[in-house]
Structure formats: C-alpha cells, structure tokens
Design a protein around this ligand. Structure first.
Ligand code: B3K
Ligand code: ZN
Length: 874
C-alpha cells in the first residue's frame, strides 16, 4: 500500500479557478458534466486529476475531444499533458449511486422508492463524483446545476446561493447554485429527493438576511426544532464570542439515516447523521439532546474554522478539527454547566483517547504519515487536538486568545493553512513565541506528570517537584519534554485555599497559579506555609497528561469535600476512586482509600446543597475501560469484579434507606421537562437506582418496572430498561419486547434498543448479540445499526467481548469481513476494538492475536481495514 508522508508535501502544479458542474440525477445512473478552468501554478507537469470508480464518457481540453492515447487513465489518476498556462478541461462521467454502499461520493439514503440522493466528500469522496485535483489546497469557485425528475426529486440542493430554477421537458426540472467563496472539493455537497423542511429567518450581526432550513424525511421532520434552535444559538454565539458572521444567503442542514460518521460541514449545506440532528423527548435521551446541540454547533463553527480557513493537507486535520472541538466545548460550556461539560469531555478523553495513545494505533495530533486518511478522524486528532488549543488559549487568556484568533482568521481567510500558521498567528497577535507548543503536535503518547511535595516546617516552605516523562509509542521510541501548563492551588487541611507566594516574589498573589513545566524536572518553592498543604494540581485539567501524585486518601477526601470548583472536586473524587479501586483489586475490604472514598461520598450524598448532576457524576467511578490503566495485565472479568465491589461498598456505606428515600423523592418530581434541573434529576435518579440495585435487588426491580411503565420520556424509559436487564433479566423480557414493538419504525430508538442489550456484561453477551442479529431490523448495510450492535458490543462491553475462549473475537472477525465488503470505513472503525489486545492477560491475548494475525494476513480486504489491522497486529 502507498504511504503518504507529510515531508513529501508539494503545492499543486495546477489549480482550478472555477468549476461548473451539471448533474443529471438518477438513482441507478447519474451523469456529471464538469467544466474546469485550470491554471498552471508551478513547473511544467501535466494536469493530474483524481477519479475513482468513474465511467469516463467524454474528455476535452479547450473544446477539443481527446482520444485514447492523448491521456493516461490508471490507478485512480487521469493524466493529461497540456503546454499552456491555462485551459478549459471538460469531462463527462457516469456514476451508479444505488450501488454505492460505501457511502462516500454520491449515494442513495433509504429505499429506491422513497429514499434520496446525497453526497459525502471529506476526505476524498469528490473523486468518486468527478475527475478533480481532490486535495484541500485547491480552492475553487463552484457553480452547480442539478437536473432531475420533478416527481421523484422535488427538492434539489447544493452549497452556495440559489441562482435560478425552472422546468425542463419530460417532467424534469433544474436548479442552479453559485458559491462565491472559493472552497476545497471536500466541502462540496448536493442533496436531491423528497424532503420536508422547517425554516427560520435569521439576521447576522453584520446585517445579512439568511434563510435557515433544516431538512428531513416527512416522518421525522417534526423532530427538527431542537436542531434549529441550536443552530440559531450557535450563530449568535460565534458572532458574540469570535466576531464571526455567516456568509451566504441560505444555510441548509439535512438529516440522513445512512451516514458513516456524525455530520459534515459542507459549505452552506451541512449533512447530519439523523442521530445527531433529530430530538424529541419520546425518542431521545437527555444526553442525545446535548449531543445534537454540540454537533450542530461544531458543524456550524466549521464555516470559519475549516471552510473559510481550511487545511493545506490532511496532516493538518487537527487545525480544523481540534480547533472546532474546542470552539464547540466552549459554546456548550456557555449554554449549559461549564464544570459538567468539562467533566464530560475529560471523561471522554480518558475513555477514548488515552487508550488509543497507549496502543498500537497511537499517532501524533499531526500524524507524519498515513495510508488511509479516513482512519485518522480519531480521538487524538479531535479530542487531544482540542486540549492543545485549550492550552494555547489558557496561555493567552480570553482577550489574548481572541486577538490571536482574529489575526488567524484575518490573515488566512480564503487560504489552506498549517498548524504552524495557527500558532504563529496566535503568537504574533500577542507578541509571544508559542512555537514550543508545536512539539505537542508531533509527539504521540500521553505524558506522565509526577508530583512530589515536601513541607519544611522550619523554613515554612512547601517544595513541589514536577517531573515529566512520555512512554515510547508505536514508531516513536524517544520522547522530548513538552511545555505542560499546571494550574495549581494549595489547600490547608480545613479546605481553605492558601495565598501563593513563590520564592523570589515580594508578596502573595491569589490562590491559584499556572506554572509551565517545560523540562524533565522542575522545583517550585512556596513560602509562608504553616502546615503540610494538600496540592490541587492540573486544575480544570490544564494539560492532557496522566497525573501521578502519591496522595494520601485523606488528602483527596479534603479536595473532594472542599474544592470550590465542580470539575476539580470531581477530579479529586476520580483520583480517590482510583485508589479505592486498587484496594478492591487487592482484596483490601477495609482499605483506607475505599473507606475514604465511600465515606466522603456518603457525606456528600446527604448534603442537600450539592447539584444533582454533579452528585451523579461524583457517584460514578472511572469505567472499566479507564481502569485498565491500573492493571499490569488486563483481565476484564477481574476489573469488573473489583469495580462492582467498590460500587457495592459505596451503596452499603450510603445505605439502603437513604437511597430509597432519595429515589422516591426524585421520582416524585419526574417530568418530561428538558430544563437543566429536570435533566439533573433524571441523571441522579438513575445512579441512585443502580446503587440501590446492588443491595436491594427486589426493591430496585419493582422501582424499575414502574419507572419503565410510567416514564414520561426516553431517558427514564431506557434507564429503567437497562437497570432491569442487569438486575432482573427474567423480568426484563417483557419490557424489552414491549420497547421493540413501541418503536417499530423508529430507527434511532431501535439503535438504542440494540446498544443497550449489546452492553449487558458477562459470558452470555455474545449469544445475546448473535440472537439480536436475527432481528428483522438488523442490517449490515446501515452504519448506525452496525455501530449500535456490533460496535457497542466490541468497544463498550469488555467482559462480553473479551470472553476468555476468544469466541467473540472470531465472531467479530467474520462480521468485519462482511461489513468491509459493503462499507470499508465502518469496518475499519469497528476493528479498532482490537486496539488493546496486547495488554490482555495471556489466554485472551493469544486468542486475540490469532484472530488479528489471520485477518491481517488476508489480501482481499479494503485499504481502510487493512491499514487498521496491519497497525494493530504489529
Ligand atoms: N469533518 C467531518 C468528518 C469527516 C470524516 C471523513 N471520514 C465531520 C466533522 O468533524 O465535523
Ligand atoms: Zn469537525
């Protein structure tokens, strides 16, 4: 396979100034007529255009038809030698949308009878639509004309502003769109079919009237209002926070049930996986409402961070993705609770990115090479990338960061930029050299930050030593020191934050500091300290590292009780829970950490002033996947057993009566309302019921049955079902069947039904999943369905997937091959479940290795899947 390297980057030899596309749309056959105004940019190379799976019907240069021999068409490249400085190149090709199960390029969503046509181009889908220099540093103006049967395709959409429409003979019609903003080919999109819409008029801060339209199929159009509201909030927030206005007269958002990922920021025509666009209380959970708001915002924010300023090449992917995740996180924090948003994001980073960075698929935020770019839309590029932007923003402060962003957008508007450009703009606007942060983009692996404190009563000094070390990762044996901003406070034992004075400073200033550790080791001496303090480190999670500090359990209990910041409180609780886990793992039933953890939480449980949502988070220890870190060798059954033991100890410590009373009180205030307080109550109610189930299963079963029946919305309904299925499987059978019937025809609700069952732990899990494959609604060609059953099982059910006999590995291998034949991107994504096999205990490791090695040796798999397997097997 061909490897693409960052070091080999060359600017394009030819660019395309303008492209006019005419589509004659049909489900079985679509013809695309493309007229490209080509301009030579450098050198004397021939024109080279990418094209995959295209049937070439016509080719001409400056109106002269080329015949065979005048061009070379091989290996996805069309090569034409031209000796002018510019020319008009015309191609006509035919495509087969209905046969496109990879969902890349032009494809059909839904059935032949009622489905609609749409496109997905990022990263390299445009070459499946027409011949083109399909790379993000070729920016062109687009004119797109769509022609189709009016009955079958009443709605015709493309990015840009509308520029006329009309009738054609034979019941056909046409519509034209002109996009005045030069854009990269990956941002091109069209949609055609029977769709309904909701609309709203919006006026931007700089006075542009914009028509907003959210489109969906008729049966789900009444679930689009929340997305529309979220869009308006996103537009207003970007105007307020970054001074960024929308720049076309229309903005379309379209929902589809057939989509490989979450959503896509095509210029003026965002396309969404229905999962991240539709929301109504009867079929969506509270979490899903938050995801809709976040993804709508993310795609909208790309209009500037991604579209107006795009990436020079795909190695720079995090330039748009890390930055846009960061912008979305700030937005969501402003719209909801900031500490809860931070908790959610840090938990995701630890669950998804840390394991990725610790295994064979680890790669830097800016990779140096790839063989299939679609495999680099990863937690590292997105979530860790966002953490890097957060560190830069923290370094500059709110105003400095805004100055930097203004300069970045201004300087690079209409360009394809690099990560260096970004860091330089931020630095130039503030007269600061930020170049040392570039090292974060090139180095893979999660740094370990070690902290050691020593109190000197005679000198009244506290000496803090910080050290950093990054373990070797795949292909990167040696690591350098990185700039690690450590935000910190010191607390006395009564929980009071101490004024901070470093040696050499005249007087104390504030109770919080950020020190930047940029060497392997550094010492910090704090003055005027009367007793050994408790350090609160990495506040707000100021850097994406793993903190190793030899805290005593009671130190953490102090932070857990007293830290005024919700995030840090949770973080202290997580650290303490980690130590409590160690106690359970090593069978120390009276371990000091376990006692401290359960004791502090029992106290907080009784504290009526604590926010319900925060309490629910505090009552949730790190998950089974994060806890792998704390094992020398991974045995999922033992990890689960130890974690369940700590939850049991917690439930006992809180007590059955307080749990019951709290559940009943929360139940009494149940409603379908979507405000933050109601959502928080539902979240806590779920945690309380699950704890109660550990010590009084019959009562919890009664509660769960009633909750299922009376649930006013999906959150309560699904939570009750999951609890029942875990606590009382026999009594869950009827409700599970009922849920299945109730949501017949509601694809997103059925996905949750599959996912809930796919997550049920234990040795029976595989048989359960196999039975679910027999459900008439299960199908391998729908990505959401595959993810909900196969993906959830492989990635989120450690005890089920890693059963000791390896049966689930073999089953997954079969499914991967089957999915790969239809949709390589989806197969590759699910295959990342094998990422951690090397850290398994020997029996499972051998079983997994056998399966991975056999798969990796096959020669008949896609480039996507082959790339993942090849790296995982190493
Ligand atoms: N930019 C798209 C992701 C495209 C993935 C291509 N395999 C969605 C997003 O990050 O906004
Ligand atoms: Zn994105």
């Amino acid at each position: 396979t061909t490897v693409i390297r960052l070091d080999d980057y060359r600017p394009p030899a030819w660019t395309v100034e303008h492209v006019a596309l005419v589509f004659d749309l049909g489900i079985d056959r679509t013809e695309v007529d493309a007229t490209l105004q080509m301009v030579r940019a450098a050198g004397d190379e021939p024109i080279r255009l990418n094209g995959e799976g295209l049937e070439l019907l016509e080719l001409s240069v400056d109106d002269r038809r080329l015949v065979e021999g005048e061009y070379i068409l091989a290996n996805g490249l069309l090569e034409i030698a031209v000796d002018a400085e510019h020319c008009t190149l015309r191609t006509k090709v035919a495509l087969r949308p209905a046969e496109n199960t990879a969902l890349e390029g032009l494809y059909l969503s839904g059935s032949r009878e009622s489905g609609f046509l749409l496109t997905q181009c990022e990263a390299e889908g445009f070459r499946h639509i027409t011949f083109f220099p399909d790379r993000p540093d070729v920016l062109s103006r687009y004119t797109v004309t769509l022609r189709a049967d009016r009955q079958r395709f009443p709605v015709l959409l493309a990015g840009g502003n509308p520029d006329g429409s009309g009738e054609l003979p034979d019941g056909r019609h046409w519509a034209r769109f002109v996009d005045p903003h030069p854009k990269a080919s990956y941002l091109f999109a069209v949609v055609a079919g029977r769709l309904e819409r909701i609309s709203r008029d919006y006026t931007t801060a700089d006075g542009r009237a914009v028509a907003l339209h959210v489109w969906a199929e008729a049966d789900v159009i009444d679930r689009c209002d929340y997305a529309m509201d979220s869009l308006v909030r996103s537009m207003q927030w970007d105007e307020r926070t970054y001074g960024r206005n929308y720049d076309l007269d229309v903005f379309h958002v379209v929902a589809t049930h057939d989509f490989n990922m979450g959503a896509m920021e095509n210029k003026g025509l965002n396309i969404f996986n229905a999962k991240y666009l539709l929301a109504d209380p009867d079929s969506s959970t509270d979490d899903e409402y938050r995801h809709v708001e976040a993804v709508v915002a993310h795609e909208y924010f790309h209009n500037w961070s991604g579209n107006r300023v795009t990436c020079r090449d795909w190695f720079q992917l995090s330039l748009k993705e890390g930055l846009t995740v960061f912008r979305e996180q700030s937005f969501s924090a402003d719209m909801n609770s900031a500490p809860l948003k931070r908790i959610e994001d840090v938990a995701l980073l630890r669950r998804a990115q840390f394991p990725e960075d610790a295994g064979p698929l680890s790669h830097p935020v800016r990779p140096s090479q790839y063989s299939e770019i679609n495999n680099f839309y990863t937690a590292t590029v997105y979530e860790k990338g966002s953490e890097l932007v957060r560190m830069l923003a923290g370094r500059l402060g709110t105003e400095g960061f805004r100055r930097g962003m203004d300069l970045y957008f201004d300087r690079h508007d209409g360009q394809a930029a690099t990560i260096e450009d970004f860091i330089e703009a931020l630095g130039d606007a503030n007269d600061i050299d930020l170049s040392s942060y570039l090292a974060w983009y090139g180095q893979a692996g999660t740094p370990r930050l070690t902290a050691e404190g020593r109190f000197d009563p005679a000198q009244r000094q506290y000496r803090l030593t910080l050290r950093q070390r990054t373990p070797a990762t795949a292909g990167q044996p040696t690591k350098q020191a990185l700039p690690i901003p450590v935000r910190l406070s010191l607390f006395d034992r009564s929980g009071r934050a101490l004024p901070l004075r470093l040696e050499d400073e005249a007087r104390a200033e504030g109770t919080e500091r950020t020190v930047v550790l940029d060497t392997a080791e550094q010492h910090y001496v704090f003055e005027d300290i009367d007793a050994a303090p408790v350090p609160s480190l990495l506040r707000g999670f100021s850097a994406p590292v793993i903190l190793e500090c030899d805290y005593q359990p009671e130190d953490l209990a102090i932070l857990l009780r007293h830290d005024p910041d919700g995030f840090n409180r949770w973080e202290a609780g997580q650290q303490l829970a980690g130590l409590a886990y160690d106690d359970c793992r090593d069978a120390r039933a009276d371990g000091p950490a376990l006692l401290a953890w359960t004791g502090a939480l029992a106290e907080l449980f009784a504290d009526a002033s604590l926010d319900d949502a925060l309490l629910a988070e505090l009552l949730t220890p790190p998950g089974e996947i994060e806890l792998v870190e704390r094992q020398a060798e991974r045995d999922p059954d033992r990890i689960r057993a130890a974690r369940q033991a700590m939850l049991l100890a917690l439930a006992l410590r809180v007590g059955a009566a307080p749990l019951r009373v709290r559940y009943e009180a929360l139940r009494a205030s149940t409603s379908a309302a979507m405000d933050a307080t109601s959502q928080a109550r539902r979240q806590l109610k779920r945690r309380v019921l699950d704890l109660l189930a550990l010590i009084d299963a019959p009562l919890a079963t009664t509660f769960a049955l009633a909750q299922y029946e009376q649930a006013p919305g999906m959150t309560d309904r699904l939570a009750a079902l999951a609890t029942l299925a875990t606590v009382a499987p026999e009594q869950a059978i009827a409700p599970i069947a009922h849920f299945r019937r109730r949501y017949e025809g509601n694809a997103l609700a059925l996905d949750k039904w599959f996912a809930m069952q796919a997550q049920l732990p234990g040795a029976d899990a595989l048989a359960r999943v196999q039975a679910l494959e027999g459900d008439p609604s299960f199908m391998l060609k729908n990505p959401n369905r595959v993810q909900s059953l196969v993906g959830t099982f492989a990635r989120s059910n450690p005890t089920g997937f890693h059963r000791a006999d390896g049966a689930a590995y073999r089953w997954l291998a079969d499914r991967l091959v089957a999915v790969d034949g239809l949709n390589p991107q989806v197969a590759a994504r699910v295959a990342t479940a094998f990422n951690g096999w090397k850290r398994l205990e020997p029996t499972r490791r051998e079983a997994a290795h056998a399966v991975v090695a056999e798969l990796a040796a096959r020669k008949d798999l896609s480039r996507d899947l082959t790339d993942i397997l090849g790296r995982v097997a190493l």
